[in-house]
Design a protein around this ligand. Structure first.
Ligand code: ZN
Ligand code: ZN
Ligand code: ZN
Ligand code: ZN
Length: 508
């Protein structure tokens, strides 16, 4: 009934049942932050739909603005940054040989045309091809860890993606690349394994790719996970740790979706891209465990919120808690989609865009304040960005911010922590980042009050000590992130700031 395997001093066991297949449980009592396992990816490669990029380091291609510089691999004629990238094993020993032998060249002109601005179909085959070649090269690991990973061939065969994969990947590899030794169904299974299980990874330079982690993928999903994973940017090794305490035998859970989305959008994403229906504790609760990340403000009365009667039913009635107003889940979903599209446009502004990044988000927040509960997901996501933008963009550096803006930043962080403490509890990156963001305005406000003579030295010391404890918690969480990630840099900054702060507190 239950197959179990001991590894890493039994920090985890693999178990199996008829409902979900294989899953992971804690092999012993695990404290928050305990390492569960680490593994290298079975395969790494470009994402399913991608702009032109270097096949080795995933840098957008061509690598420079210079029109004459369009480096191609001297053997196969596919895009790389230069000779160094062309000679790396992940390219040289995999697709390079196949393309070179089949004399199948990369179509530069087509890939750079406006027509393919949303993704280059010719590049879709690279990662599935690497997976198929790896299955031959590392047959042991393939048989032991990969071949039984969920691919959902039957359900996928009803989708448009399946047809697109048949043309752009299976037929392309089997005819143009002369790889008819891989039957069409094996290619589709490889595509399915990647579609359902691959993790997004980030290179040291911040570019995206995808990687397959067979052991991590055994974990079942929950919209409130009790684990965190970090990925090292150079070799893409993953470290899986507990976020909170997990007792021996307790199930280890990861999240396959964005934790800050509302239930209707999370469940739709999981259904459409992972082919399962989530019924976790968070999805089952119309208030999302009291966070109200899905609750709407009632437009018919003053103090009601509108929530689903049954949040697991996609056709449920949504009803006000105080008056007779009701609507349908379909109507709510429709509104969410429209607002999500607007939010995505707003969220595309980064710190590099300067003050506009803050102003566009604030305008959006103002516009929808009367529609959503203050902690609704559609306000929480831009608030998360805002909490980091205040203090980091021109005109809004901490030194320039008047008290009222400092208070605003602190208030946003507190509201975010109310949500994160529930949906991403424990030693998670998001909590670490927001604790870090909260300490700074508190410190600036306290110093301002002391300078103005509003508080005495004892009160200042109390406030600084509070800020120091937030900073310490942030540093402890973020210090677990691998070198080369932005979080690790913030952790290093936080440690320095903490030393400084402890010293100032000592001198008071
Ligand atoms: Zn490169
Ligand atoms: Zn090549
Ligand atoms: Zn769920
Ligand atoms: Zn009402």
């Amino acid at each position: 009934m239950s197959e179990s395997k001991l590894d890493d001093e039994a920090s985890y066991k693999i178990q199996c049942n008829d409902q979900v297949g294989r899953y992971l449980v804690a092999g012993r009592d695990l404290e928050p932050g305990a390492e569960i396992l680490t593994e290298l990816p079975f395969v790494v490669g470009p994402k399913a739909s991608t702009y032109p990029l270097c096949l080795t380091c995933y840098t957008p291609w061509p690598p420079t603005e210079d029109d004459d510089n369009k480096p191609l691999c001297p053997r196969c004629g596919w895009p790389v940054c230069g000779d160094e990238c062309a000679d790396q094993p992940q390219h040289r020993d995999y697709e390079c040989k196949v393309f070179a032998e089949a004399k199948e060249k990369f179509n530069v002109e087509l890939a750079l045309s406006d027509e393919q601005a949303n993704g280059v179909p010719q590049l879709e085959c690279v990662t599935p091809l690497r997976l198929l070649l790896a299955s031959e090269r590392d047959g042991d690991r393939w048989n032991r860890e990969v071949k039984d990973m969920a691919a959902h061939d039957k359900r996928r065969s009803q989708t448009a993606q399946w047809n697109s994969d048949r043309v752009n990947i299976a037929e392309y590899l089997r005819t143009r690349c002369k790889l008819d030794r891989f039957p069409e169904d094996s290619v589709q299974t490889a595509c399915g394994i990647l579609e359902i299980n691959a993790h997004e990874v980030r290179t040291a330079r911040g570019f995206l790719a995808r990687a397959l982690y067979p052991k991590v993928s055994i974990m079942s999903h929950s919209c409130v996970s009790n684990t965190v994973h970090s990925i090292v940017p150079n070799d893409f090794r993953v470290y899986l740790r507990t976020a909170v305490k997990v007792p021996a035998g307790g199930e280890l859970l990861g999240s396959y979706t964005h934790a800050l989305l509302p239930t209707l959008l999370r469940r739709e994403y999981l259904q459409e891209s992972k082919y399962f229906t989530c019924a976790c504790t968070r999805c089952s609760d119309p208030t999302e465990l009291g966070t109200h990340m899905s609750s709407l403000k009632c437009q018919k009365c003053d103090n009601g919120v509108v929530v689903a009667l049954d949040s697991l039913d996609a056709e449920s009635t949504w009803k006000c808690t105080h008056c007779e107003f009701s609507t349908t889940a379909q109507a709510v979903l429709k509104i969410l989609k429209i607002i999500q599209a607007e939010m995505d446009r707003v969220e595309a502004y980064t710190a590099a865009d300067g003050p506009e990044a803050i102003q566009t988000r604030e305008n959006y927040m103002k516009k929808y304040r009367s529609v959503f509960h203050p902690r609704h997901a559609m306000l929480t996501i831009p608030r998360y960005s805002l909490s980091q933008l205040y203090g980091r963009v021109e005109d809004y550096f901490l030194d320039d911010m008047p008290d009222v803006v400092l208070e605003h930043k602190a208030e946003m962080c507190r509201l975010l922590l109310q949500v994160l403490d529930v949906v991403e509890p424990g030693l998670t990156r998001s909590r670490g980042m927001i604790l870090y963001e909260l300490h700074a305005p508190l410190l600036f406000l306290a110093k301002g009050q002391w300078n103005a003579g509003v508080i005495d030295a004892a009160k200042l010391k109390t406030k600084m000590t509070e800020a120091a404890s937030l900073l310490k918690e942030a540093a402890d969480i973020l210090a677990r992130e691998p070198q080369g990630t932005p979080e690790a840099d913030i952790a290093a900054g936080a440690r320095q700031a903490l030393e400084q702060l402890d010293k100032s507190i000592g001198e008071l």
